[in-house]
Every structure is written in structure tokens, then in C-alpha cells.
Design a protein around this ligand. Structure first.
Ligand code: APR
Length: 237
């Protein structure tokens, strides 16, 4: 009987909202090499290029809308009595705009800016290219609050703590290419937790899951949520 669930989401859950994934054909990195826009070294070398790239992405995501997969997870979050944590690698806010509350952004958020002078992360919607002052300390040291390659993902302690309490781990729309997120399925297996993959196609880590369903998230996720809610599993604390 399922009572505590950890859900990992990736770019595939937002694909049908019109946000490019990273590693599919036509993906985001085709116009830019990862090393040019998503590393601390790139930012040190050419901050204007990096700011322009993230300014464009920040503006773009604000025009997108949640799809039925985000909606289904928000519904699960609203009614699930057990523990639930939606760990997302996505830096968009579509889980929140769909209404989900128990969301953890392990790779940061487009709609926050991080001041490297005072270390405060502030809500942010505007461009950073003109070096606006930090709303807290006025220093012009804001950077996108995005975890770049070579940086440590956020809140891993909370993620592992949730996993230790979980009896189901579900991975949705992620290629399984980027660690430590890609390793969570093996961590879950070691803890004896049931694991399920919902993805357009088998991911790089597909063989680690007890079960996998392949198809678009907008269909698979609502169907899975209905199943979970229909089951007798919703008997958590
Ligand atoms: N429904 C379900 N899955 C889909 C859909 C869809 N409509 N469209 C694409 N996918 C799947 C792809 O088959 C692929 O396996 O989503 C996955 C997307 O993989 P990536 O593009 O690699 O995205 P993600 O796994 O989130 O990337 C991880 O890499 O670049 C970094 O920090 C960035 O958070 C990102 C991390």
C-alpha cells in the first residue's frame, strides 16, 4: 500500500507546454554549447552571453502554460494524505502555476535571482543583462539562480530524507543523463522502494526501474494519478 511518494520530474513534463527539452532533437543546447552558457566558467568569461541566454529563457517560460501532466500532479498534491515531494530538475514554474505546493527545485529557478554579494535569492522576472541592483543590498551582483554544470544541486539532504520515508519513487520526463538526479532511482532501489518510470521513451536509466510506461506525459501522468487515487493506497498519516 502506497503512502509516501517521491516524484522526480524533468524537461519532458514541460515539453508539451512548449518548453524545449535539453537532449531531444531541436533541444535547447543545439544553439548553444553547454560550456558556453551553463557553467560558472562561462559566466566568468562572458557574462553578457549568459545573461542574454537566461533573460530569453526567463521571458519565454512566462508565456507558457502548465499542461495536463502538471495539472494531474497538482491534483495529487492537493488530495494526497501521505507524504509527497515533487523534486523537479526544471527551472520553470509550471508545477506551481498548476497549483502544486510540495515542490522542490533542485536545479534552481528562472524566476529567482541570486545575489553573490549578500547571498540572498530574490523573486525575479526581469532581465539581468543591464545589471540591476540587488533588492536587498543594492550590489550589482545578481546572477540567474540556476544550478550550472559543476555546481551542487540544491537541497539534496531534504531529497534523500524524503526518499528514506518513501515507498514509491516515480520519475517523469527525464533522460537520466544528469547526476545526482539520475542516481535517485538506484538510491530508491537500495532502500527497497518501488520505482516507476513515465517517459516518452526508455531513458538512460530505464533498466533500473521496476516498471516503465512510455508515451507523452500529458497522457501517462493523469492516467497514473487516477490509478493511485483510485487505489486503496491513499491511507497515509
Ligand atoms: N512526455 C514525456 N517525456 C518526454 C516528452 C513528453 N511529451 N518529451 C520528451 N520527453 C522525454 C525525453 O524522451 C527525454 O528522455 O524527456 C526527457 C528529457 O530529457 P532531457 O532533455 O535530458 O531533460 P532532463 O532529464 O530534465 O535534463 C536534466 O540536464 O541540462 C541539464 O540542468 C538541466 O535539469 C536539466 C538536466
Amino acid at each position: 500500500m502506497v503512502s509516501n511518494i517521491v516524484i522526480l520530474t524533468g524537461a519532458g513534463i514541460s515539453a508539451e507546454s512548449g518548453i524545449d527539452t535539453f537532449r531531444d532533437g531541436g533541444g535547447l543546447w543545439e544553439q548553444h554549447r553547454v560550456e558556453d552558457v551553463a557553467t560558472p566558467e562561462a559566466f566568468a568569461r562572458d557574462p553578457d552571453l549568459v545573461h542574454r541566454f537566461y533573460d530569453m529563457r526567463r521571458e519565454a517560460i512566462q508565456a507558457k502554460l502548465p499542461n495536463p501532466a502538471h495539472g494531474a500532479l497538482a491534483r495529487l498534491d492537493a488530495v494526497w494524505n501521505g507524504r509527497l515531494l515533487i523534486v523537479t530538475q526544471n527551472v520553470d514554474d509550471l508545477h506551481e502555476r498548476a497549483g502544486a505546493r510540495r515542490v522542490l527545485h533542485m536545479h534552481g529557478e528562472h524566476l529567482k535571482a541570486w545575489c553573490t554579494a549578500c547571498d540572498v535569492r530574490s523573486p525575479w522576472r526581469e532581465p539581468l543583462i543591464d545589471r540591476p541592483p540587488c533588492p536587498v543590498c543594492q550590489s550589482r551582483s545578481l546572477r540567474p539562480d540556476i544550478v550550472w554544470f559543476g555546481e551542487m544541486p540544491y537541497r539534496m539532504g531534504e531529497i534523500y530524507a524524503a526518499l528514506r520515508e518513501a515507498d514509491l519513487f516515480v520519475s517523469i520526463g527525464t533522460s537520466g543523463a544528469v547526476y545526482p538526479a539520475a542516481g535517485l532511482v538506484r538510491d530508491a532501489r537500495e532502500l527497497g522502494i518501488e520505482t516507476l518510470e513515465l517517459n516518452l521513451e526508455p531513458s538512460q536509466g530505464s533498466q533500473w526501474f521496476h516498471a516503465a510506461r512510455h508515451g507523452p506525459a500529458s497522457e501517462l501522468v493523469p492516467a497514473w494519478v487516477e490509478e493511485v487515487l483510485a487505489g486503496a493506497g491513499n491511507s497515509g498519516p
